[in-house]
Design a protein around this ligand. Sequence first.
Ligand code: FDA
Length: 398
Amino acid sequence: MSNHFDVAVIGAGAAGMMCAAVAGQRGKRVVLIDHASKLAEKIRISGGGRCNFTNVDAGPQNFLSSNPHFCRSALSRYTPQDFLALMKRHGIPWHEKHKGQLFCDRSAEDIIAMLRAECDAGGVAWRMPAKVESLHKEGGRFAIGTDGGALSTDSVVIASGGLSIPKIGATDLAFRIARQFDIPVIEPQPALVPLTFDAAGWQPFVPLAGIALPVDIETGAKKTRMHFREDLLFTHRGLSGPAVLQISSFWQPGAALTVNLLPDIDVAEELLKDKGAIRKNLGNHLSQWLPARLAEGLLSANGFDASARPADMQDKQLRRLGDVLNRWTIVPDGSEGYRKAEVTRGGVDTRALSQQSMMVGKVPGLYFIGEAVDVTGWLGGYNFQWAWASGVATGKAV
Ligand code: FDA
């Protein structure tokens, strides 16, 4: 077995398998290296096991990066429609959920099997499980040390992902290699992650764990304010659900979140309009709009008496209640971290990479793709679309 290849792809996840398949099918001798014993575990667990594999509306506006235009080229050259065409060739059924999110009808295993078959069609060689221990550039070639032996290659593609979910194999390999070659890294941080609150302050909300409801959520200063309308979920330690996962990518430590718990109702206006005619007490009246347990929890946490009748309350109290429900302002004390984060924001600084090929300008033959790069998608299939698009861009160029 020869130990020299044209291309080594390190990381057999979404981006790595796509890149290896495309390069292999161009006739390149490709080796795919991964330290995991089970292939593509992140694809397997994604989308609740059905993999939200793309979003029909994916565009540069759905990504965070300190260099926002970088992703434009790869995304425009490999679109969600291109990925759907590949799935069609493999006979994989899918369906659309809300907001353009596409899921497998059967299971995420379909996507893994498809990528594996595409790698086979490109004659890709596998070294798995094999842990990468060193990478050096010697003359025009790269020497890769693994715990399964040494390899030499003309090019190396780093597709080892970010830091999220170390339990299933995430490592900081990409960032270590970047630093070794003096390539800047934008500080990695957990993103698409549940947010937590100081334990004492959160105590009144602990009994609300499990309650979910659609909200408007926002954070940030005026100019950079981000806003999502999605479902919010109360947990024992804080808040989760799509609304909070989305906003977490934009939240800065110390900043407040503003949550409109009843985005379609102006609570103060409704209560003041005909407060004399409201027969029910406050708790019962609010429970027409909110889960009763949530209404009671919020009333007591904010010093309102759930048994009071709106007719007996002052207008200013009702306005304050309107603020509590339409502009609930809270300051998280942190997040659940990489243990629960779906992705890592930050990563290899795109200013060091070619936007056409993802190659490092000052290290010819070295490429970074997928989540390792400072391009982070919103929740909703965008991160896989970036993995496919960046994988194809490099697969065609390498
Ligand atoms: P990915 O993490 O997929 O692959 C990296 C590979 O490198 C892994 O196989 C790993 O074992 C390997 N590796 C790491 N270190 C190594 C080392 N030192 N040596 C050798 N190999 C090494 N996105 C989306 O668009 N839709 C969705 O539905 C979901 N759902 C979802 C759920 C959950 C629970 C998580 C954690 C994440 C998601 N995501 C998602 C995000 C998505 O999974 C993620 O963005 C992509 O998998 C990133 O693809 P990459 O190929 O870049 O990394």
